[in-house]
Design a protein around this ligand. Structure first.
Ligand SMILES: *Cc1c(COP(=O)(O)O)cnc(C)c1O
Length: 365
C-alpha cells in the first residue's frame, strides 16, 4: 500500500504535461455572506410571477432524455433576439469560455501563436496554455488603455498568430477599442480574429454586421453578464465554413436541457433583462461620478458593467482587504499586470449595493 502511494507523485510528474503542472487551477474566491461585486454578475432577479412561469415550464422536461443536440429552438430564439445575420452560423458553448477552448484546440499546433492586448481577459492566456499554443500579450497604451495599434500590427507581422483575441469592451479596463484600429488588425491578421463581445448588453455596439466583410472574423457573445451567469450559455456567430470545423470539437450535448429550456424561456421575456441592463448602465454612471469625487482615486470610463479604479494613497491590497472585512467582495488586480498597480475592479451592483460600497470606500479612504 505504502509503496503504491509513494509512486504517485513520480507518476504524476511523468504523465501530466509540464505546462499543466506549472499552471494553477482557476481560483474562485469564497463569497459567502459577502456583497458580491467581483464577477460582473447582474444583481437583479426576476419578478415572482415570471419565476413561477419558469418553474412551470421546467416541470414538463423529461430529465431522463438527452437534450436536443443541436439546440435548434434555442438557436432560433438567439438569432431573433440578438439579430444574428441570417447567412451567419451559430455555435453554442457551455459559457463562452468553452467556445474559446474549442477554437483554440481547433487551431493550435506546434509553434502556433495566440495574441491578445494586455491587460486583458485572463482566460486567453490560460486557454493558450491548455491548447499548447504560445501566448503573446501586447501592451495597451498605458494611460487610457487604448489599443497600441503599431505594437499590435508589429506583433502580428512578427508572430503571424493563428488567433487574435479582442474583448470589446475590454476586461478589466472597461473601454471600447477604436473601431478603425480593430478593422486594421482584422485586415492585417493572417489568422482568425475573435471579437469577444461579452459586455455587449452594456456597450450596445457590435462587429456582428461586419461578419460578411471579413473572412477571418468571428463574433462571440455570452448571456452571463446580461443576467444568466448561472446557466452557462455563450454563442459564436460566423461563417459556416469556420463553424462547421469548430462543431467537430464541440462535445455532444454540451448545453443541458435545463439550460436550453430556461434560456428559451427568458429570451421570450428579454425585455426584463434589457431593462435590468439599462438600470445597470445608469448605476454605472452614478458610481463613476461618485468614485470620481473621492480624493486619491482615479477611475476610468467604462462601456461595461464594471469600473476600473486606482488608489493613489492606500495600496489596492489594503482597500480590497478592508472592503472584504466590511462584507464587500471586489476584484483586486494587483500583480495581474504592471499597468494595473493598485488597481481594483468593481462590478456595478444594485443601487443599494453601490451605495454601501461607496460608503465603505469613503470610510476607508
Ligand atoms: C466574462 C467574460 C467571458 C466569459 O464568459 P462566460 O461566462 O464563460 O460566457 C468571456 N470574455 C470576457 C471578456 C469576459 O469578461
Amino acid at each position: 500500500m505504502g509503496t503504491h502511494r509513494t509512486n504517485i507523485d513520480e507518476k504524476i510528474r511523468r504523465l501530466i504535461r509540464p505546462s499543466i503542472l506549472a499552471m494553477s487551477a482557476y481560483h474562485v474566491p469564497d463569497a459567502s455572506g459577502l456583497i458580491k461585486l467581483d464577477a460582473m454578475e447582474n444583481p437583479y432577479g426576476w419578478p415572482d410571477e415570471i419565476k413561477q412561469e419558469w418553474l412551470q415550464c421546467l416541470s414538463g422536461i423529461d430529465i431522463n432524455r438527452y437534450p436536443d443536440a443541436n439546440a435548434s429552438e434555442l438557436k432560433k430564439k438567439l438569432r431573433s433576439v440578438f439579430s444574428i445575420p441570417a447567412e451567419q452560423d451559430l455555435l453554442l458553448g457551455n459559457g463562452s469560455d468553452e467556445i474559446l477552448q474549442i477554437i483554440a484546440l481547433a487551431v493550435a499546433r506546434r509553434d502556433a501563436v495566440f495574441i491578445a492586448p494586455e491587460p486583458g481577459f485572463v482566460m486567453y492566456r490560460a486557454i493558450a496554455e491548455i491548447a499548447q499554443a504560445k501566448y503573446i500579450g501586447v501592451c495597451l497604451n498605458k494611460d487610457d488603455f487604448s489599443l497600441n495599434l503599431d505594437a499590435m500590427l508589429e506583433a502580428i507581422e512578427q508572430y503571424q498568430p493563428v488567433l487574435v483575441f479582442l474583448a470589446w469592451p475590454n476586461n478589466p479596463t472597461g473601454n471600447l477599442f477604436d473601431e478603425d484600429a480593430i478593422k486594421q488588425i482584422i485586415v492585417s491578421a493572417p489568422g482568425l480574429v475573435i471579437l469577444d463581445e461579452a459586455y455587449h448588453a452594456f456597450a450596445q455596439c457590435s462587429f456582428m454586421s461586419y461578419l460578411g466583410q471579413y473572412d477571418n472574423l468571428v463574433v462571440m457573445r455570452t448571456l452571463s453578464k446580461l443576467g444568466l451567469a448561472g446557466l452557462r450559455v455563450g454563442f459564436l456567430a460566423g461563417a459556416n465554413s469556420w463553424l462547421q470545423e469548430f462543431e467537430k470539437l464541440r462535445l455532444p450535448y454540451n448545453i443541458g436541457v435545463l439550460t436550453q429550456k430556461s434560456t428559451e424561456f427568458i429570451l421570450d421575456h428579454i425585455d426584463i433583462l434589457n431593462r435590468q441592463a439599462q438600470e445597470i448602465c445608469q448605476g454605472r454612471q452614478a458610481l463613476f461620478e461618485q468614485l470620481n469625487l473621492i480624493a486619491g482615486l482615479r477611475v476610468w470610463p467604462s462601456a461595461a458593467n464594471f469600473l476600473l479604479f486606482r488608489s493613489e494613497l492606500l495600496s489596492g491590497e489594503e482597500i480590497f482587504e478592508k472592503l472584504k472585512q466590511q462584507g464587500i467582495l471586489i476584484k483586486n488586480l494587483q500583480n495581474s499586470h504592471p499597468y494595473l498597480e493598485n488597481c481594483l475592479r468593481v462590478t456595478v451592483g444594485s443601487r443599494q449595493e453601490n451605495e454601501i460600497f461607496i460608503e465603505c470606500l469613503q470610510g476607508i479612504l
